[in-house]
Design a protein around this ligand. Structure first.
Ligand SMILES: [Zn+2]
Length: 186
């Protein structure tokens, strides 16, 4: 379909979508990023339309976030899904305005450092998530899992313990050597 698009410059040729890797530089970090543009087969004009410009901006923003050590759009989507939040719920909970999460996740804008810190904290800690839900009075929006955070932690903690018991069973010498440095857990 795009192959049939008429060239807006000469009005005779047809334009096709092109991608070229172009080196970008941000704060001394270099990366080859895909640059999207259109090329006319008659007048050989190359240009970026609205769609290409948007794509190029997102690619560049994703690279900048990476350099600035901010969560990527993909990571924010994953965090939101981890807690089964809609973008609207995420905005109510974390702030940033009604369309903030759509923009963060599409790499249209970079979240602030403080927003990034808050997201990282909640990504790491379900307890922090539920505390924030309470702070914002949003308990009715979410169904808290039946297993409490405390007993979940217990279940998780038991995994390495049982693993080391297996170790003890199969390799006494190795376990004895390791156990010297292990703090007793009972
Ligand atoms: Zn043309």
């Amino acid at each position: 379909m795009s192959a049939q698009e008429l060239c807006p410059i000469c009005g005779e040729g047809h334009v096709t979508a092109q991608v070229q890797m172009v080196e970008s530089d941000y704060k001394g970090h270099k990366a080859d990023l895909p640059l999207h543009y259109k090329l006319c087969d008659a007048c050989t004009s190359d240009f970026a339309g609205a769609a290409e410009s948007k794509l190029n901006k997102r690619v560049l923003m994703a690279f900048r976030k990476q350099v600035d050590q901010l969560l990527t759009g993909e990571e924010i989507t994953a965090l939101r899904k981890q807690y089964k939040l809609t973008q609207a719920q995420a905005a109510l909970l974390f702030g940033g305005g009604p369309v903030a999460f759509s923009k963060y996740e599409n790499d249209d804008v970079a979240q602030s450092e403080s927003m990034d810190n808050l997201l990282r904290l909640v990504r790491r800690s379900p307890a922090a998530f539920w505390a924030l839900v309470e702070e914002k009075g949003m308990q009715s929006e979410f169904i808290r899992p039946r297993v409490s955070v405390h007993s979940t932690a217990k279940v998780l903690a038991s995994v390495p313990i049982s693993a080391s018991r297996t170790d003890l069973h199969y390799d006494h010498r190795r376990t004895r050597r390791f156990s010297q440095g292990v703090v007793p857990c009972h």
